[in-house]
Design a protein around this ligand. Structure first.
Ligand SMILES: Nc1nc2c(ncn2[C@@H]2O[C@H](COP(=O)(O)OP(=O)(O)O)[C@@H](O)[C@H]2O)c(=O)[nH]1
Ligand SMILES: [Mg+2]
Length: 245
């Protein structure tokens, strides 16, 4: 596969919402927002950037508000308290109003200049879900992720390379037809599992992944993992019930 970034003008979108969740990401929120503004302007004429502040206490919220005041295309959703990764993603998807929705993580571990790699596929597919070409995590985290991915792929018949990769492009109308319940790390799997059951199609492409340069990762905290398992079994039960009834 060719990983060179296509000529941007080749594939443009009618309109685009970009959002990213931030939980204590004061170092990255500004540079990432400004990169998103620059790339969005090259992809379409009608875009918005939504910053989802998930109860940050480190100054992220204030920087996000400043960005919204500086740039007309930027708006902010604040969660008064931290509600979890899934809740932050739910807020972003519900707020997004354009024809296409792209989201990534607020810590800048992905390069939004690679968004054009997704564009050639979104005409034929409903979702373009990236996978990390070389994941920048320690070996234990990678092993956990491998087992988690096997389990989720099997339970929901997904067969995807990297369910939790925070670099995805969706057609917005999908969200008019699927529920979102997970407030934790299961959210990606939930959306993809429900979307697949409704017959939506998913393309996969590789993108680069970079080490965290600031802030603190909380994705591998034990509470995050336990909550993901609780939500996983709840969702599996719900989907099984629907298949039976
Ligand atoms: N883990 C976690 N991340 C959150 C939460 N709310 C928002 N986020 C954002 O979600 C992204 C992924 O979190 P991170 O801890 O880097 O997970 P990792 O990349 O899987 O290690 C970051 O941009 C966070 O700022 C939350 O409650 N928990
Ligand atoms: Mg991260």
């Amino acid at each position: 596969m060719d990983y060179s970034i296509p000529e941007i003008t080749e594939h443009r979108l009618s309109s685009l919402s970009i959002f990213f969740p931030c939980f204590n990401e004061k170092e990255t929120v500004r540079p990432l927002t400004e990169k998103c503004l620059a790339i969005a302007a090259q992809i379409c004429d009608d875009f918005e950037i939504i910053l989802v502040d998930d109860g940050s206490t480190d100054g992220t919220a204030e920087t996000a508000d400043q960005l919204a005041a500086e740039y007309r295309a930027v708006r902010v959703i604040h969660h008064p308290q931290n509600r979890g990764y899934g809740a932050a993603l739910q807020s972003g998807f519900r707020a997004a109003g354009k024809d296409y929705i792209f989201y990534t993580d607020g810590d800048g571990q992905f390069d939004v200049n690679e968004i054009p790699l997704l564009l050639p596929f979104i005409a034929q597919y409903d979702i373009v879900s990236a996978y990390r070409l070389r994941r920048q995590d320690n070996i234990l985290r990678k092993l956990n992720a491998f087992c988690w991915s096997k389990l989720v792929n099997t339970l929901f018949d997904l067969h995807l390379k990297d369910i939790d990769c925070a670099f995805k492009l969706y057609k917005r109308h999908i969200f008019d037809h699927i529920d979102m319940v997970s407030t934790g790390a299961l959210i990606d799997a939930e959306i993809l599992a429900r979307a697949k059951r409704k017959g939506y199609t998913i393309a996969q492409i590789g993108v680069h992944h970079y080490p965290r340069t600031a802030g603190k990762a909380t994705g591998a905290n034990i509470n995050v993992i336990l909550k993901a398992f609780r939500e996983l079994f709840k969702l599996r039960k719900e989907i099984l019930r629907k298949e039976i009834s």
